[in-house]
Design a protein around this ligand. Structure first.
Ligand SMILES: [Zn+2]
Length: 330
């Protein structure tokens, strides 16, 4: 699954199109009617965790004021100006994203208040893009078949959505899920591992709970953008066994784990911009850098998603369980 750094890269690709009008649309998406985006303006692009949020607005002239304290009729020009200004300001996502946040219940939960095939009238028009396992964004070119299918045909992948912009360029979205959302992005930057506002205290508290740290790391409420690769790499670098209950780890070890999460993610992002491949030490490896045999197992909370996990039993030993009766003999 594209993790936070990949989605940031997609955001970087999309950003130059902000401020441009969609002049032609295409794509196979049935859930989202691509033609509904015709003539809309891409006004903002934000990334929150593993999701990309794109804001589309109709032409300035036909913007209907949303219900607000200023929506009652105003007559003189000056007030009209003021009202327009107020609306623009209140439209800024950062405005609504400040202050208290609703922490989403999880990354993969059903999207809330999803509209039909067109932007909900009056509501904010945020197109929420999730990239699933193989999603991608292409700029000014289409993805080509890398190999023949079972029938021997070289069929190019079909984009879900294609947006041609007034500036002449286009974006093609592949294998992603898209839905209109009636509210601005609500993922708190405090839980985004790549945000400057990432809240370490909140993350440390969550990690310190009495459950395996490898489950907590994938909890998008506290580690938005953290995926399976980062989980495996950070645990290896911190020398922590994936099934260690966080409550058994001291404050310093939890701090070190969070440091590795942030450092690995930031390094990955930096590498993406420089065209470097992220180097992994344990993820999908047979041996750790010290040459030990790596163990692989699907781990996850009971009834939850089980994710393949790689660890080195020597570099990441299991802690002896706490409790007087389980203290190892001297
Ligand atoms: Zn090892």
């Amino acid at each position: 699954m594209p993790e936070g750094p990949s989605v940031r890269r997609f955001h970087h690709l999309v950003s130059p199109f902000v401020g441009q009008q969609v002049v032609k649309t295409g794509g196979s998406s049935k859930k989202l009617n691509p033609a509904g985006l015709q003539l809309l303006w891409l006004q903002d692009a934000q990334v929150h965790g593993k999701k990309l949020f794109l804001r589309f607005d109709p032409d300035e002239e036909i913007v209907c004021p949303r219900s607000s304290p200023l929506s009652e009729p105003l007559h003189d020009e000056e007030h009209m100006e003021e009202a327009r200004h107020h609306q623009e300001v209140s439209d800024l996502p950062s405005q609504s994203a400040g202050g208290a946040h609703v922490v989403p219940s999880g990354d993969d939960g059903p999207p809330q208040c999803v509209g039909g095939d067109s932007p909900a009238g009056g509501a904010e028009r945020w197109l929420q893009v999730s990239f699933g396992l193989f999603g991608s964004v292409w700029v000014n070119e289409f993805s080509r078949a890398k190999k023949a299918n079972k029938k021997g045909d070289w069929k190019d992948p079909i984009p879900r959505l294609v947006l041609h912009f007034g500036g002449g360029g286009f974006l093609a979205f592949y294998n992603c899920q898209m839905a209109w959302s009636c509210s601005s992005p609500v993922v708190s930057p405090a839980s985004d591992i790549l945000s400057e506002k990432f809240h370490r205290g909140q993350a440390l508290e969550a990690l310190g709970r009495d459950q395996p740290v490898c489950y907590t790391l994938l909890d998008q409420r506290y580690f938005s953008g953290l995926g399976n690769i980062i989980k495996n790499e950070a645990l290896f670098r911190a020398g922590i066994h994936p099934l260690t209950p966080g409550s058994l780890l001291g404050a310093l070890r939890l701090e070190a784990l969070v440091d590795h999460v942030v450092a690995f993610s930031a390094g990955w992002l930096e590498g993406k911009f420089q065209g470097r491949q992220q180097h992994t030490q344990i993820y999908q490896k047979d041996r750790c850098p010290a040459g030990h045999q790596v163990v692989k197992e699907a781990l996850g909370p009971p009834g939850g998603l089980q994710r393949l996990t790689w660890w080195c039993p020597q570099c990441q030993p299991r802690l002896p369980a706490a409790g007087p009766e389980q203290v190892q003999p001297p």
